[in-house]
Write a protein that binds this ligand. Structure first.
Ligand code: ATP
Ligand code: MG
Length: 425
């Protein structure tokens, strides 16, 4: 029996980023980094796996930790997790390195959750996010939300809704939790079975449920805005004033409690109105005034957001915004002799800051010109026997037929290309 070769596919819920998409991917990350660094945020990059304890602190009863986390023992029997989110890892880094505050950082990279894959929901997905650590000033909440808004605007997303809420402080949370759990206990039979289990242990989490029967109960539940302490109220008012001053439209959504345990005061989400409602949250964030202490650091307030890159691009698709940038090749070198001229000229052009490519395998003129056209290069440099004999190069403008072809001495070819492309020599 002949042995069949193994063929492999990407694991369920993951995908390859191929050249057709990758330029747009890089471009959206560039937009984000530019917006973040312009506001004084610097890049941090934390490991893709961490001690599992870093993440269990964000909420034992959450789906993210309880059901979706990729956990494993390494070969030294240490319990590890592939990071499911960014904030806990950044706060772990803060607690470990104790930088000066305010510590304003941004991050981007892959995150992992064992979820049921569907459009806009993957097992390996990508986020960029920011964290601003060290101050409780509500104006920082405004700055963080405004940066999310700016990123969305910069990629041309208009059909977007910003929902804002306050989780209040410890006192607010305690009082509200009590009232909510009392209410839920009276309606437990109407809740989705999955959510019933949370009524005792994590009543707030029930509000985060996407299951319709639960949602019809929670619609009527007591709302956190009626329980805010005076401090929490003042904080929220300042945030609202700030958003109004910056002309960022928002609505207050008292049921927006978000999935994780660590939130205090401001929470917010940007939802795309152009995406299916089960996966329409493009960006979510909030304040986490207890998290760093939980992770062994000094009591330090912070706030941040995470934005799903795949979802952001899906929202762009739905709004037909942020098209892929044009391909980068500027010059195609066509050599119909033995390829030496193409070898040398591409090298020299690249040294002079010109993006240049060529064909290999001594293809025919026709085939090389076809590649040149497909590359969307503006210029073809053509070398045949005659050009080699005369030490010249033919330059053809591929996108402007009227300009035709000129022949220049080979020694001035690079300068001529730079001139035609409008580059500084
Ligand atoms: P959702 O309610 O859609 O499950 P979430 O509240 O679990 O989102 P966060 O933990 O706040 O999401 O993550 C921030 C952002 O990351 C989300 O708003 C979303 O854009 C994106 N995101 C979260 N999970 C996934 C996933 N499995 N696949 C793709 N993007 C995701
Ligand atoms: Mg989720």
């Amino acid at each position: 029996m002949s042995k069949k070769a193994n063929t492999f596919q990407t694991p369920i819920g993951t995908r390859d980023l191929l050249p057709e998409e990758s330029a747009r991917w890089e471009a959206v990350i560039e937009v984000f980094s530019t917006v973040a660094s312009r506001a004084g945020f610097s890049l941090v990059d934390t490991p893709i796996f961490e001690d599992v304890g870093v993440f269990t602190r964000i909420g034992e009863g959450t789906d993210v930790v309880g059901k979706e986390m990729y956990e494993f023992l390494d070969r030294g029997e240490r319990p590890m997790a592939l990071r499911p989110e960014g904030t806990a890892a950044v706060c772990r880094a803060f607690a470990q390195h104790r930088p000066l505050v305010p510590w304003k950082v941004y991050y981007r990279g892959p995150y992992f959750r064992y979820e049921a894959p569907q459009a806009g929901r993957f097992r390996q997905f990508h986020q960029f996010g920011i964290e601003s650590i060290g101050s409780d000033d509500p104006d920082i909440d405004v700055e963080v939300i405004a940066l999310g808004w700016k990123v969305l605007g910069a990629v041309g997303i208009n059909k977007i809704e910003l929902l804002v809420n306050s989780m209040g402080d410890q006192e607010t949370r305690r009082n509200y939790q009590q009232a909510l759990s009392g209410f839920l206990k009276n309606h437990v039979a109407d809740l989705d079975e999955e959510d019933r289990k949370k009524v005792e242990s994590h009543p707030l989490r029930v509000l985060d449920s996407k299951r319709p029967s639960t949602q019809s109960v929670t619609k009527e539940a007591p709302q956190i805005n009626d329980f805010l302490s005076a401090d929490a109220e003042t904080h929220l008012e300042r945030v609202k004033d700030g958003l109004k001053a910056l002309e960022i439209p928002f609505s207050i959504e008292p049921r927006l409690v978000r999935g994780l345990d660590y939130y205090t005061h401001t929470t917010f989400e940007f939802q795309s109105l152009a995406l299916d409602s089960a996966q329409n949250t493009v960006c979510g964030g909030g304040r986490y005034n207890g998290l760093i202490e939980e992770l062994g650091g000094p009591a330090t307030p912070g706030i941040g957001f995470g934005m799903g890159i795949e979802r952001l691009l899906l929202a762009c698709d739905a709004e037909e915004s942020f098209p892929a940038p044009p391909p980068g090749v500027q010059v195609w070198v066509v050599d119909v002799t033995d390829g030496s001229s193409a070898r040398d000229l591409t090298h020299t052009l690249r040294d002079h800051g010109v993006t240049a490519d060529r064909s290999f395998d001594q293809r025919s003129m026709r085939s090389q010109m076809r590649s040149a056209n497909r590359s969307e290069a503006e210029i073809a440099l053509i070398i045949g026997e005659q050009e080699v004999d005369e030490d010249t190069v033919a330059i053809r403008m591929l996108r402007d037929e009227e300009k035709g072809q000129i022949v220049v001495p080979r020694s001035s070819a690079v300068a001529e290309v730079q001139r035609l492309l409008g580059l500084e020599s």
